[in-house]
Design a protein around this ligand. Structure first.
Ligand code: GTP
Ligand code: NAG
Ligand code: MG
Length: 476
């Protein structure tokens, strides 16, 4: 009997202790979140684009994105304590309310902060760009601050990934890198697109890894099929011929649909219409350095439309007539060609022939509004009519690149030297030891492709009058 009583008392003690612990976890944590970047910080932005910069979502009273960010939840996650189960229903209700028609959205269980209205106001205040200037160099305030939620506004932006269900572990690896090096402090959304419905396993794993809200879209058949003007017999002969000549993906139909989709349709998927900026992520990529500032803000606040980390020469057998089609477009639409274009990146003879230089499009941070603009759509439609996606094997990389080179102004294209990146088989690793130390990079500088003979990045530097970083000669 005595032992029974002791056990009884012990149960009560354990239960009380657990309840107390739970109380502190669920009540005190949210109040301790402080958003740095108030009066103590200098108020002039260190990045061009203070006055006259595009209005950022966090600045306006409506449509403010920053307050919706799951702060409380992230604090819980950092402490590895699962959120209370009761909030899951709330999360689902909110999901239902925000769900865009036809596609699926899984909101991370971030509604634990629901009754915290004062916090939202604080966030709105500190979310102003002027209160949280971008830290672009180690000397800028906030540079070394890589813990907790990043201060400052959030752009109207999303990550976007085209993938198959079978890509799950390869994309999981990419997401983890993007989250660890950047997005865990920002909580940007992630849109996944597929020509087949995503399965529950894919959704469950990706949602668990992404700090922002995940959305899953099914690509409409018109965006992933042969247009009616394509001669099927001719297209089939091309695939057989390319197979014989051992051209990579030369006999693949799905690869061609993929290239056409990435060229002309990803940015007008229903889910993508909710955003202004995108960051494309492919399976099995690597990021080697910390990302100390928000690349979306760099793009938005400096009026950039397109960006890259790696550039190279295209395999000519995949695009023999792409330049002829492009020249025809230029003749038909001189009004779309920018006066201050980057033709010198694309051609060594003033536009007569294509030198095959392109930005590698498996990494892109850019403007969706630009891709949805008339000049870009006219270019895509002209190419699509000519049939080269199926009669040859045109890739989205040369198409995005030629479009950026001809339709944009030179200074609307940005080279993200600070984003160290790998997609098989090429690496971008910043030149210069001090930079790699500052960014805490783990890439081998010998692998850096930038200044090697098959890279086009030197051309980009020369064309834009940029000085190549110290030590580049040793990497050629
Ligand atoms: N849903 C779907 N996604 C695809 C398909 N083919 C390719 N993708 C995706 O499209 C992107 C590009 O395809 P990749 O196979 O990576 O093509 P690549 O980068 O040229 O070649 P490697 O990465 O070297 O194989 C990736 O994000 C793939 O997951 C497909 O048939 N369906
Ligand atoms: C984000 O951009 C899209 C596309 O331009 C727009 O429809 C939407 O209203 C914007 N959202 C916010 C919060 O500004
Ligand atoms: Mg790939």
């Amino acid at each position: 009997m005595a032992t029974g009583n002791v056990r009884y008392v012990r149960y009560i003690a354990v239960a009380l202790f657990t309840l107390t612990l739970f109380y502190f976890v669920s009540h005190s944590k949210y109040d301790t979140v402080t958003i740095p970047g108030d009066g103590s910080k200098s108020s002039n932005p260190s990045f061009p684009g203070g006055p006259g910069a595009p209005q950022v979502p966090g600045d306006s009273t409506g449509g403010s994105k920053a307050p919706a960010f799951p702060q409380g939840d992230n604090v819980l996650k950092d402490d590895s304590i699962p959120p209370p189960a009761a909030t899951e229903d709330l999360a689902k209700d909110e999901t239902a309310a925000q769900k865009p028609a036809g596609d699926e959205t899984i909101k991370s269980d971030d509604t634990t902060k629901s009754d915290d209205t004062t916090k939202s106001e604080d966030t709105t205040k500190s979310a102003k760009a002027s209160n949280a200037p971008l830290a672009m160099t180690p000397n800028d305030p906030g540079w070394g601050d890589l813990q907790g939620i990043a201060p400052g506004p959030r752009m109207n932006a999303t990550f976007v990934t085209l993938a198959r269900n079978s890509d799950i572990w390869e994309i999981a690896e990419s997401i983890r890198q993007v989250e660890d090096r950047f997005n865990r402090r920002y909580g940007y959304d992630w849109v996944f697109l597929n020509d087949q419905p995503f399965d529950d396993n894919f959704k469950k794993i990706t949602t668990s890894l992404v700090s922002g809200t995940t959305h899953y879209g099914l690509i409409p058949e018109e965006h992933w099929s042969f247009p009616e003007w394509i001669d099927q017999e001719k297209a089939k002969k091309v695939r057989e011929d390319m197979k014989e000549r051992k051209i990579i993906y030369g006999d693949s139909i799905s690869y061609r649909h993929m290239c056409r989709f990435e060229s002309g349709f990803f940015f007008r998927q229903e889910l993508m219409l909710n955003y202004e900026f995108y960051w494309r992520v492919e399976p099995s990529i690597k990021l080697f350095c910390d990302i100390h500032y928000d690349p979306f803000r760099v793009i938005a606040e400096s009026g950039k439309k397109y960006s890259f980390v790696l550039s190279l020469y295209e395999y000519i057998d995949t695009i023999p007539t792409l330049w002829a089609s492009t020249k025809k477009f230029m003749a038909n639409h001189p009004e779309h060609i920018s006066d201050d274009n980057s033709m010198a990146f694309l051609s060594d003879d003033g536009g007569e022939t294509y030198n095959k230089c392109h930005f590698w499009s498996n990494f892109e941070v850019g403007s969706l509004e630009w891709l949805r603009s008339k000049p870009y759509i006219d270019y895509f439609e002209a190419l699509d009519r000519d049939g080269g996606f199926f009669y040859e094997r045109w890739g989205d990389a040369p198409i995005h690149s030629i479009a950026a080179g001809l339709l944009l102004k030179k200074d609307e294209i940005h080279f993200f030297d600070d984003i160290a990146y790998y997609h098989v088989p090429f690496t971008h690793c910043p030149t210069g030891e001090q930079k790699r130390l500052d960014l805490r990079c783990h890439c081998d500088p010998k692998e850096n492709f930038d200044w090697k003979g098959y890279s086009c990045t030197s051309r980009f530097f020369e064309l834009n009058g940029m000085t190549k970083p110290e030590g580049y000669e040793e990497q050629t």
